[in-house]
Design a protein around this ligand. Sequence first.
Ligand SMILES: Cc1cc2nc3c(=O)[nH]c(=O)nc-3n(C[C@H](O)[C@H](O)[C@H](O)COP(=O)(O)OP(=O)(O)OC[C@H]3O[C@@H](n4cnc5c(N)ncnc54)[C@H](O)[C@@H]3O)c2cc1C
Length: 477
Amino acid sequence: MSGSADVYSLLKEELKGTGAEVLTPDSPGYGESIKRWSEHCEKRAKAVVKPTTPTDVSTTLRFIRTHKIPFVVRGGGHSTSGSSSIEDGLVIDLSKMRKVTVDPEAKTITAEGGTIWEDVDVEAAKFGLATVGGTVNHTGVGGLTLGGGYGYLSGKYGLTIDNLLSVDIVLASGETTTASKDENPDLFWAIRGAGQNFGVVTSFTFRAHPQPNPVFAGTLVFLPEKLPQIVAFANKFHETTDGNQALLWGFSAPPPLNLPVVLTQIFHNGDAEFAATFFGDLLALEPVVNTTAMIPYEKLNGLLNHTAGFDGRKQFGGGAFKLPLNPIFVQALLGDFLDFTSARERMNESLMLFETVPYKKTLEVGNDEMSFSNRGEYYNVATCFKWFDPKLDTEVREFSRALLKKASQAAGVVQDEQVRSVEGVGTYGNYSDVDIPASEIYGGNAKKLAELKHKYDPENLFSRGTRLIPRPVVVVN
Ligand SMILES: Cc1cc2nc3c(=O)[nH]c(=O)nc-3n(C[C@H](O)[C@H](O)[C@H](O)COP(=O)(O)OP(=O)(O)OC[C@H]3O[C@@H](n4cnc5c(N)ncnc54)[C@H](O)[C@@H]3O)c2cc1C
Protein backbone atom coordinates (compact mmCIF):
# COMPACT_ATOMS: atom_id res chain seq x y z
CA MET A 1 0.00 0.00 0.00
CA SER A 2 3.07 2.25 0.68
CA GLY A 3 2.44 5.86 -0.40
CA SER A 4 -1.35 5.89 -1.08
CA ALA A 5 -3.57 8.52 0.58
CA ASP A 6 -5.50 5.91 2.62
CA VAL A 7 -2.42 4.83 4.46
CA TYR A 8 -2.07 8.26 6.01
CA SER A 9 -5.64 8.13 7.37
CA LEU A 10 -4.58 4.94 9.12
CA LEU A 11 -1.56 6.73 10.58
CA LYS A 12 -3.82 9.59 11.74
CA GLU A 13 -5.93 6.99 13.55
CA GLU A 14 -2.87 5.46 15.21
CA LEU A 15 -1.64 8.83 16.45
CA LYS A 16 -5.08 10.13 17.48
CA GLY A 17 -5.13 11.75 20.92
CA THR A 18 -1.35 11.85 21.23
CA GLY A 19 -0.80 15.50 20.34
CA ALA A 20 0.97 14.52 17.12
CA GLU A 21 -0.31 16.03 13.86
CA VAL A 22 -0.51 14.33 10.48
CA LEU A 23 -0.75 16.85 7.65
CA THR A 24 -1.62 15.92 4.07
CA PRO A 25 -1.65 18.34 1.11
CA ASP A 26 -5.24 19.39 1.85
CA SER A 27 -4.56 20.14 5.56
CA PRO A 28 -4.27 23.70 6.88
CA GLY A 29 -0.59 24.39 7.60
CA TYR A 30 0.68 21.86 5.06
CA GLY A 31 2.26 24.55 2.82
CA GLU A 32 4.18 26.00 5.76
CA SER A 33 5.30 22.54 6.88
CA ILE A 34 7.13 21.76 3.63
CA LYS A 35 9.05 25.06 3.56
CA ARG A 36 12.80 24.75 3.88
CA TRP A 37 15.67 27.20 4.29
CA SER A 38 16.45 26.72 0.61
CA GLU A 39 13.57 26.86 -1.86
CA HIS A 40 15.05 24.11 -4.00
CA CYS A 41 14.61 21.74 -1.04
CA GLU A 42 10.86 22.29 -0.83
CA LYS A 43 9.16 19.09 -1.97
CA ARG A 44 5.49 18.17 -1.84
CA ALA A 45 5.54 15.32 0.65
CA LYS A 46 2.56 12.99 0.72
CA ALA A 47 2.30 13.59 4.46
CA VAL A 48 4.06 15.48 7.24
CA VAL A 49 3.93 13.97 10.72
CA LYS A 50 4.68 16.25 13.64
CA PRO A 51 5.32 14.12 16.71
CA THR A 52 5.43 15.57 20.21
CA THR A 53 7.04 12.66 22.07
CA PRO A 54 9.53 9.82 21.42
CA THR A 55 6.54 7.46 21.55
CA ASP A 56 4.91 9.29 18.62
CA VAL A 57 8.18 8.93 16.71
CA SER A 58 8.34 5.26 17.54
CA THR A 59 4.72 4.68 16.45
CA THR A 60 5.43 6.50 13.19
CA LEU A 61 8.59 4.51 12.48
CA ARG A 62 6.88 1.17 13.12
CA PHE A 63 4.09 2.27 10.80
CA ILE A 64 6.58 3.30 8.13
CA ARG A 65 8.26 -0.11 8.28
CA THR A 66 5.01 -2.02 8.12
CA HIS A 67 3.77 -0.05 5.13
CA LYS A 68 7.16 0.41 3.46
CA ILE A 69 6.82 4.17 3.20
CA PRO A 70 9.85 6.22 2.10
CA PHE A 71 10.51 8.99 4.61
CA VAL A 72 12.89 11.72 5.80
CA VAL A 73 13.46 13.46 9.13
CA ARG A 74 13.34 17.24 9.44
CA GLY A 75 15.20 18.99 12.27
CA GLY A 76 15.68 22.70 11.53
CA GLY A 77 15.20 22.26 7.75
CA HIS A 78 18.48 23.99 6.83
CA SER A 79 20.39 21.37 4.89
CA THR A 80 20.78 22.27 1.22
CA SER A 81 21.30 18.65 0.17
CA GLY A 82 17.57 17.94 0.17
CA SER A 83 17.99 15.28 2.86
CA SER A 84 15.14 16.58 5.02
CA SER A 85 12.48 16.78 2.30
CA ILE A 86 10.80 14.22 0.07
CA GLU A 87 8.38 14.12 -2.85
CA ASP A 88 6.87 10.64 -2.69
CA GLY A 89 6.80 9.91 0.99
CA LEU A 90 6.51 11.13 4.51
CA VAL A 91 8.36 13.72 6.61
CA ILE A 92 8.90 13.20 10.32
CA ASP A 93 8.99 16.88 11.26
CA LEU A 94 10.40 17.46 14.76
CA SER A 95 9.39 21.12 14.99
CA LYS A 96 6.96 20.45 17.86
CA MET A 97 9.80 19.01 19.94
CA ARG A 98 11.73 22.11 20.98
CA LYS A 99 11.99 21.92 24.75
CA VAL A 100 15.35 22.76 26.35
CA THR A 101 16.19 21.84 29.95
CA VAL A 102 19.28 23.08 31.76
CA ASP A 103 20.78 21.40 34.80
CA PRO A 104 22.99 24.09 36.34
CA GLU A 105 24.41 21.72 38.96
CA ALA A 106 25.47 19.01 36.54
CA LYS A 107 26.25 21.67 33.89
CA THR A 108 24.27 19.97 31.16
CA ILE A 109 21.80 21.14 28.52
CA THR A 110 19.19 18.75 27.17
CA ALA A 111 17.55 19.80 23.91
CA GLU A 112 14.74 17.98 22.14
CA GLY A 113 15.34 16.76 18.59
CA GLY A 114 13.61 19.68 16.85
CA THR A 115 15.23 22.58 18.69
CA ILE A 116 17.05 25.38 16.92
CA TRP A 117 20.22 26.97 18.36
CA GLU A 118 18.38 30.05 19.54
CA ASP A 119 16.32 27.83 21.88
CA VAL A 120 19.51 26.44 23.40
CA ASP A 121 21.49 29.69 23.59
CA VAL A 122 18.67 31.65 25.23
CA GLU A 123 17.79 29.00 27.82
CA ALA A 124 21.40 28.20 28.76
CA ALA A 125 22.29 31.90 29.10
CA LYS A 126 19.70 32.21 31.87
CA PHE A 127 22.10 30.06 33.91
CA GLY A 128 25.29 31.72 32.65
CA LEU A 129 26.07 28.65 30.55
CA ALA A 130 26.64 27.81 26.88
CA THR A 131 27.66 24.98 24.59
CA VAL A 132 29.10 24.97 21.06
CA GLY A 133 26.23 26.00 18.75
CA GLY A 134 26.00 27.11 15.12
CA THR A 135 26.73 30.67 14.00
CA VAL A 136 23.21 31.25 12.62
CA ASN A 137 20.74 30.62 15.40
CA HIS A 138 17.74 29.50 13.33
CA THR A 139 19.77 26.45 12.22
CA GLY A 140 18.61 23.12 13.66
CA VAL A 141 20.40 21.50 16.60
CA GLY A 142 19.59 18.12 15.02
CA GLY A 143 21.34 18.22 11.66
CA LEU A 144 24.20 20.41 12.83
CA THR A 145 25.04 18.16 15.78
CA LEU A 146 24.65 14.84 13.98
CA GLY A 147 27.06 16.02 11.28
CA GLY A 148 29.70 17.47 13.67
CA GLY A 149 29.09 21.12 14.51
CA TYR A 150 31.42 24.13 14.43
CA GLY A 151 30.75 27.39 16.23
CA TYR A 152 32.34 30.48 17.75
CA LEU A 153 33.18 28.47 20.88
CA SER A 154 34.94 25.65 18.98
CA GLY A 155 38.35 27.24 19.58
CA LYS A 156 37.82 26.73 23.28
CA TYR A 157 35.60 23.65 23.52
CA GLY A 158 35.95 21.77 20.22
CA LEU A 159 33.09 20.63 18.04
CA THR A 160 29.45 20.36 19.07
CA ILE A 161 29.85 16.56 19.12
CA ASP A 162 32.87 16.88 21.41
CA ASN A 163 30.43 18.31 23.93
CA LEU A 164 27.68 15.77 23.33
CA LEU A 165 27.23 13.50 26.35
CA SER A 166 24.32 11.33 25.24
CA VAL A 167 21.31 11.09 22.96
CA ASP A 168 17.92 9.45 23.14
CA ILE A 169 17.24 7.89 19.78
CA VAL A 170 14.44 5.96 18.11
CA LEU A 171 15.95 3.29 15.90
CA ALA A 172 14.60 1.97 12.61
CA SER A 173 12.94 -0.87 14.53
CA GLY A 174 10.88 1.67 16.46
CA GLU A 175 12.81 0.83 19.62
CA THR A 176 13.85 3.78 21.81
CA THR A 177 17.33 3.70 23.28
CA THR A 178 20.11 5.83 24.71
CA ALA A 179 23.58 6.19 23.26
CA SER A 180 26.51 7.55 25.26
CA LYS A 181 30.08 6.63 26.18
CA ASP A 182 28.68 3.93 28.47
CA GLU A 183 25.48 2.84 26.74
CA ASN A 184 25.64 1.53 23.19
CA PRO A 185 29.08 3.11 22.68
CA ASP A 186 29.31 1.87 19.09
CA LEU A 187 26.07 3.66 18.24
CA PHE A 188 27.35 6.77 20.03
CA TRP A 189 30.53 6.57 17.94
CA ALA A 190 28.43 6.39 14.77
CA ILE A 191 25.96 9.16 15.50
CA ARG A 192 28.73 11.69 16.15
CA GLY A 193 29.30 12.52 12.49
CA ALA A 194 26.90 10.21 10.67
CA GLY A 195 23.88 10.50 12.96
CA GLN A 196 21.33 11.12 10.21
CA ASN A 197 21.80 7.51 9.12
CA PHE A 198 21.00 5.76 12.39
CA GLY A 199 17.67 6.91 13.78
CA VAL A 200 15.59 9.83 14.97
CA VAL A 201 17.31 11.59 17.84
CA THR A 202 14.60 12.84 20.17
CA SER A 203 16.95 14.53 22.64
CA PHE A 204 20.57 15.62 22.87
CA THR A 205 22.40 16.19 26.16
CA PHE A 206 25.37 18.54 25.93
CA ARG A 207 28.09 19.53 28.35
CA ALA A 208 27.57 23.19 29.30
CA HIS A 209 30.35 25.64 30.08
CA PRO A 210 30.30 28.79 32.20
CA GLN A 211 29.88 31.62 29.70
CA PRO A 212 30.95 35.14 30.65
CA ASN A 213 28.58 37.82 29.46
CA PRO A 214 28.82 40.07 27.47
CA VAL A 215 31.17 39.10 24.61
CA PHE A 216 32.82 41.13 21.85
CA ALA A 217 31.57 40.48 18.31
CA GLY A 218 30.34 42.05 15.09
CA THR A 219 30.78 42.56 11.38
CA LEU A 220 33.38 44.61 9.54
CA VAL A 221 32.80 45.27 5.85
CA PHE A 222 35.69 46.32 3.59
CA LEU A 223 36.12 47.38 -0.01
CA PRO A 224 37.74 44.61 -2.11
CA GLU A 225 41.07 46.47 -2.41
CA LYS A 226 41.64 45.72 1.29
CA LEU A 227 41.72 41.96 0.60
CA PRO A 228 45.56 41.58 0.80
CA GLN A 229 45.63 43.19 4.26
CA ILE A 230 42.73 41.00 5.43
CA VAL A 231 44.53 37.87 4.26
CA ALA A 232 47.64 39.14 6.08
CA PHE A 233 45.52 39.54 9.22
CA ALA A 234 44.12 36.00 8.89
CA ASN A 235 47.71 34.73 8.62
CA LYS A 236 48.60 36.62 11.79
CA PHE A 237 45.41 35.43 13.56
CA HIS A 238 46.51 31.85 12.94
CA GLU A 239 49.65 32.53 14.99
CA THR A 240 48.19 34.74 17.73
CA THR A 241 44.79 33.30 18.69
CA ASP A 242 44.52 31.60 22.09
CA GLY A 243 41.27 29.83 21.09
CA ASN A 244 39.00 32.50 22.53
CA GLN A 245 38.59 34.25 19.18
CA ALA A 246 37.10 33.46 15.79
CA LEU A 247 37.48 35.15 12.43
CA LEU A 248 35.10 34.44 9.55
CA TRP A 249 35.96 36.30 6.37
CA GLY A 250 34.95 36.11 2.76
CA PHE A 251 33.34 37.53 -0.35
CA SER A 252 29.82 38.65 -1.19
CA ALA A 253 27.92 41.56 -2.74
CA PRO A 254 25.07 42.01 -0.25
CA PRO A 255 22.16 44.47 -0.40
CA PRO A 256 21.45 47.33 -0.34
CA LEU A 257 24.35 48.27 -2.68
CA ASN A 258 24.92 44.78 -4.16
CA LEU A 259 28.57 45.68 -4.77
CA PRO A 260 31.47 43.29 -4.07
CA VAL A 261 32.90 43.57 -0.58
CA VAL A 262 35.08 41.58 1.80
CA LEU A 263 33.09 40.69 4.90
CA THR A 264 34.65 39.78 8.21
CA GLN A 265 32.84 38.55 11.30
CA ILE A 266 34.97 38.77 14.42
CA PHE A 267 34.51 37.34 17.91
CA HIS A 268 36.38 37.50 21.18
CA ASN A 269 35.13 35.68 24.23
CA GLY A 270 36.16 38.41 26.62
CA ASP A 271 36.44 42.16 27.05
CA ALA A 272 36.51 45.04 24.57
CA GLU A 273 40.00 46.27 25.51
CA PHE A 274 41.65 42.96 24.66
CA ALA A 275 39.56 42.65 21.47
CA ALA A 276 40.50 46.16 20.33
CA THR A 277 44.18 45.25 20.59
CA PHE A 278 43.83 41.73 19.19
CA PHE A 279 41.82 42.86 16.15
CA GLY A 280 43.61 46.23 15.99
CA ASP A 281 45.14 45.67 12.53
CA LEU A 282 41.72 44.90 11.05
CA LEU A 283 39.92 47.74 12.80
CA ALA A 284 42.58 50.15 11.52
CA LEU A 285 41.78 49.22 7.90
CA GLU A 286 38.83 51.63 7.82
CA PRO A 287 35.90 49.28 7.32
CA VAL A 288 32.92 50.85 5.54
CA VAL A 289 30.66 49.13 8.07
CA ASN A 290 31.60 48.32 11.66
CA THR A 291 28.95 46.79 13.94
CA THR A 292 31.36 45.41 16.56
CA ALA A 293 30.26 45.88 20.16
CA MET A 294 29.98 44.10 23.48
CA ILE A 295 26.78 42.04 23.21
CA PRO A 296 24.93 39.47 25.35
CA TYR A 297 26.26 35.99 24.56
CA GLU A 298 22.78 34.73 23.60
CA LYS A 299 22.68 37.29 20.76
CA LEU A 300 26.01 36.14 19.27
CA ASN A 301 24.65 33.37 17.06
CA GLY A 302 21.94 35.74 15.80
CA LEU A 303 24.38 38.32 14.37
CA LEU A 304 24.57 36.66 10.96
CA ASN A 305 20.87 35.82 10.68
CA HIS A 306 20.24 38.72 8.29
CA THR A 307 22.72 37.21 5.83
CA ALA A 308 20.85 33.89 5.90
CA GLY A 309 17.24 34.66 4.97
CA PHE A 310 14.74 32.01 3.88
CA ASP A 311 14.22 33.22 0.29
CA GLY A 312 15.83 31.82 -2.85
CA ARG A 313 17.60 28.65 -3.84
CA LYS A 314 20.83 27.88 -2.02
CA GLN A 315 23.68 25.46 -2.14
CA PHE A 316 26.29 24.93 0.55
CA GLY A 317 29.66 23.45 -0.35
CA GLY A 318 32.73 22.76 1.74
CA GLY A 319 36.48 22.45 1.38
CA ALA A 320 39.54 23.24 3.45
CA PHE A 321 42.38 25.74 3.54
CA LYS A 322 45.61 26.17 5.40
CA LEU A 323 47.19 29.32 6.71
CA PRO A 324 49.28 31.21 5.82
CA LEU A 325 47.54 31.98 2.53
CA ASN A 326 49.08 33.92 -0.31
CA PRO A 327 47.02 37.11 -0.93
CA ILE A 328 47.55 36.76 -4.70
CA PHE A 329 45.98 33.32 -4.63
CA VAL A 330 42.99 34.59 -2.63
CA GLN A 331 42.64 37.50 -5.05
CA ALA A 332 42.34 34.96 -7.86
CA LEU A 333 39.60 33.10 -5.97
CA LEU A 334 37.74 36.37 -5.46
CA GLY A 335 38.04 37.00 -9.21
CA ASP A 336 36.58 33.57 -10.06
CA PHE A 337 33.78 34.03 -7.55
CA LEU A 338 32.82 37.46 -8.83
CA ASP A 339 33.09 36.51 -12.50
CA PHE A 340 30.57 33.74 -11.92
CA THR A 341 28.12 35.51 -9.62
CA SER A 342 28.08 38.87 -11.38
CA ALA A 343 27.43 37.29 -14.78
CA ARG A 344 24.19 35.71 -13.55
CA GLU A 345 20.90 37.15 -12.35
CA ARG A 346 20.45 37.82 -8.63
CA MET A 347 23.42 35.87 -7.34
CA ASN A 348 24.90 38.81 -5.44
CA GLU A 349 24.03 37.43 -1.99
CA SER A 350 26.18 34.36 -2.61
CA LEU A 351 29.02 33.98 -0.16
CA MET A 352 32.43 32.35 0.00
CA LEU A 353 33.57 32.13 3.61
CA PHE A 354 36.96 31.24 5.11
CA GLU A 355 36.04 30.02 8.56
CA THR A 356 39.09 30.73 10.66
CA VAL A 357 37.92 29.03 13.83
CA PRO A 358 40.95 27.82 15.84
CA TYR A 359 41.35 24.05 15.46
CA LYS A 360 43.85 23.13 18.17
CA LYS A 361 41.11 22.02 20.55
CA THR A 362 39.33 19.88 17.91
CA LEU A 363 42.62 18.03 17.32
CA GLU A 364 42.57 16.71 20.89
CA VAL A 365 40.13 14.08 19.56
CA GLY A 366 41.38 11.61 16.97
CA ASN A 367 39.62 10.96 13.66
CA ASP A 368 38.96 7.37 14.73
CA GLU A 369 37.32 8.29 18.06
CA MET A 370 34.01 9.22 16.44
CA SER A 371 32.68 8.70 12.92
CA PHE A 372 33.34 12.39 12.20
CA SER A 373 36.56 12.54 10.19
CA ASN A 374 37.28 16.16 9.38
CA ARG A 375 39.91 16.92 12.00
CA GLY A 376 43.21 18.18 10.67
CA GLU A 377 45.53 21.15 10.68
CA TYR A 378 43.33 23.15 8.37
CA TYR A 379 40.22 25.32 8.42
CA ASN A 380 36.90 24.94 6.63
CA VAL A 381 36.11 27.05 3.61
CA ALA A 382 32.44 27.20 2.65
CA THR A 383 30.52 28.41 -0.34
CA CYS A 384 26.88 29.32 0.01
CA PHE A 385 25.48 30.21 -3.39
CA LYS A 386 22.09 31.86 -3.59
CA TRP A 387 20.07 32.22 -6.79
CA PHE A 388 16.46 32.25 -7.95
CA ASP A 389 16.34 30.72 -11.43
CA PRO A 390 15.97 26.88 -11.28
CA LYS A 391 17.75 26.67 -14.64
CA LEU A 392 20.99 27.57 -12.86
CA ASP A 393 20.85 24.63 -10.41
CA THR A 394 23.35 22.35 -12.14
CA GLU A 395 25.69 25.12 -13.20
CA VAL A 396 25.90 26.50 -9.65
CA ARG A 397 26.61 23.11 -8.16
CA GLU A 398 29.39 22.40 -10.67
CA PHE A 399 30.97 25.81 -10.21
CA SER A 400 30.83 25.49 -6.42
CA ARG A 401 32.66 22.16 -6.55
CA ALA A 402 35.32 23.49 -8.92
CA LEU A 403 35.93 26.62 -6.85
CA LEU A 404 36.23 24.67 -3.60
CA LYS A 405 38.56 22.17 -5.21
CA LYS A 406 40.79 24.99 -6.37
CA ALA A 407 40.72 26.63 -2.91
CA SER A 408 41.46 23.34 -1.12
CA GLN A 409 44.11 21.88 -3.39
CA ALA A 410 46.10 25.01 -3.96
CA ALA A 411 46.05 25.68 -0.24
CA GLY A 412 47.87 22.43 0.29
CA VAL A 413 45.11 20.24 1.70
CA VAL A 414 45.66 16.93 0.02
CA GLN A 415 42.49 14.91 -0.27
CA ASP A 416 43.57 11.38 -1.00
CA GLU A 417 42.74 8.06 0.63
CA GLN A 418 45.98 7.76 2.54
CA VAL A 419 45.96 11.21 4.03
CA ARG A 420 42.28 10.96 4.90
CA SER A 421 42.66 8.21 7.44
CA VAL A 422 45.36 10.11 9.26
CA GLU A 423 44.75 13.78 8.78
CA GLY A 424 41.07 14.34 8.18
CA VAL A 425 39.09 14.34 4.99
CA GLY A 426 39.14 18.08 4.29
CA THR A 427 35.37 18.17 3.69
CA TYR A 428 32.74 18.96 6.32
CA GLY A 429 29.79 16.61 5.76
CA ASN A 430 27.20 19.21 6.77
CA TYR A 431 28.34 21.40 3.87
CA SER A 432 28.26 18.61 1.32
CA ASP A 433 25.87 16.97 -1.06
CA VAL A 434 24.68 13.52 -0.05
CA ASP A 435 25.58 11.96 -3.39
CA ILE A 436 29.34 11.91 -2.86
CA PRO A 437 31.06 8.68 -1.75
CA ALA A 438 30.99 8.03 2.01
CA SER A 439 34.80 7.84 2.07
CA GLU A 440 34.99 11.53 1.10
CA ILE A 441 33.20 12.42 4.35
CA TYR A 442 34.14 9.57 6.67
CA GLY A 443 37.56 8.55 5.33
CA GLY A 444 38.86 5.48 7.11
CA ASN A 445 35.67 5.31 9.21
CA ALA A 446 33.39 4.53 6.26
CA LYS A 447 33.92 0.77 6.57
CA LYS A 448 33.03 0.62 10.27
CA LEU A 449 30.00 2.82 9.61
CA ALA A 450 28.76 0.38 6.98
CA GLU A 451 29.08 -2.46 9.51
CA LEU A 452 27.20 -0.53 12.18
CA LYS A 453 24.55 0.37 9.66
CA HIS A 454 23.90 -3.34 9.17
CA LYS A 455 23.61 -3.73 12.93
CA TYR A 456 21.32 -0.78 13.72
CA ASP A 457 19.41 -0.23 10.47
CA PRO A 458 19.71 -3.45 8.45
CA GLU A 459 16.92 -2.49 6.06
CA ASN A 460 18.57 0.89 5.47
CA LEU A 461 15.43 2.85 6.29
CA PHE A 462 17.51 5.96 7.08
CA SER A 463 18.92 6.22 3.60
CA ARG A 464 18.68 9.90 2.69
CA GLY A 465 21.97 11.15 4.14
CA THR A 466 25.44 10.29 2.83
CA ARG A 467 25.17 6.75 1.49
CA LEU A 468 26.83 4.34 3.93
CA ILE A 469 25.43 1.22 2.27
CA PRO A 470 23.56 0.96 -1.05
CA ARG A 471 20.15 2.62 -1.04
CA PRO A 472 17.11 0.35 -1.12
CA VAL A 473 14.94 0.39 -4.22
CA VAL A 474 11.51 1.59 -3.10
CA VAL A 475 8.44 1.17 -5.28
CA VAL A 476 5.85 3.81 -4.50
CA ASN A 477 2.19 3.26 -5.43
C1 LIG B 1 22.50 29.58 7.47
C2 LIG B 1 23.31 28.39 7.87
C3 LIG B 1 24.32 28.51 8.80
C4 LIG B 1 25.07 27.41 9.18
N1 LIG B 1 26.05 27.56 10.12
C5 LIG B 1 26.72 26.47 10.55
C6 LIG B 1 27.66 26.58 11.60
O1 LIG B 1 27.90 27.64 12.15
N2 LIG B 1 28.29 25.46 12.01
C7 LIG B 1 28.05 24.25 11.44
O2 LIG B 1 28.64 23.27 11.87
N3 LIG B 1 27.17 24.11 10.44
C8 LIG B 1 26.49 25.19 9.99
N4 LIG B 1 25.59 25.07 8.98
C9 LIG B 1 25.39 23.76 8.33
C10 LIG B 1 24.38 22.96 9.13
O3 LIG B 1 25.10 22.22 10.11
C11 LIG B 1 23.59 21.98 8.24
O4 LIG B 1 22.89 22.71 7.27
C12 LIG B 1 22.65 21.12 9.05
O5 LIG B 1 22.23 20.04 8.23
C13 LIG B 1 21.42 21.87 9.51
O6 LIG B 1 20.64 21.07 10.35
P1 LIG B 1 19.05 21.22 10.34
O7 LIG B 1 18.54 20.34 11.43
O8 LIG B 1 18.65 22.63 10.35
O9 LIG B 1 18.71 20.65 8.92
P2 LIG B 1 17.71 19.53 8.36
O10 LIG B 1 17.65 19.79 6.91
O11 LIG B 1 16.44 19.51 9.10
O12 LIG B 1 18.48 18.19 8.69
C14 LIG B 1 19.74 17.87 8.13
C15 LIG B 1 19.93 16.35 8.20
O13 LIG B 1 19.90 15.93 9.57
C16 LIG B 1 18.81 15.03 9.80
N5 LIG B 1 18.25 15.36 11.11
C17 LIG B 1 17.96 16.58 11.61
N6 LIG B 1 17.53 16.48 12.88
C18 LIG B 1 17.53 15.16 13.18
C19 LIG B 1 17.21 14.42 14.36
N7 LIG B 1 16.81 15.01 15.48
N8 LIG B 1 17.35 13.06 14.32
C20 LIG B 1 17.79 12.43 13.19
N9 LIG B 1 18.12 13.09 12.05
C21 LIG B 1 17.99 14.44 12.06
C22 LIG B 1 17.85 15.25 8.64
O14 LIG B 1 17.11 14.08 8.37
C23 LIG B 1 18.80 15.57 7.51
O15 LIG B 1 19.36 14.40 6.97
C24 LIG B 1 24.81 26.16 8.60
C25 LIG B 1 23.79 26.02 7.65
C26 LIG B 1 23.04 27.12 7.30
C27 LIG B 1 21.95 26.97 6.30
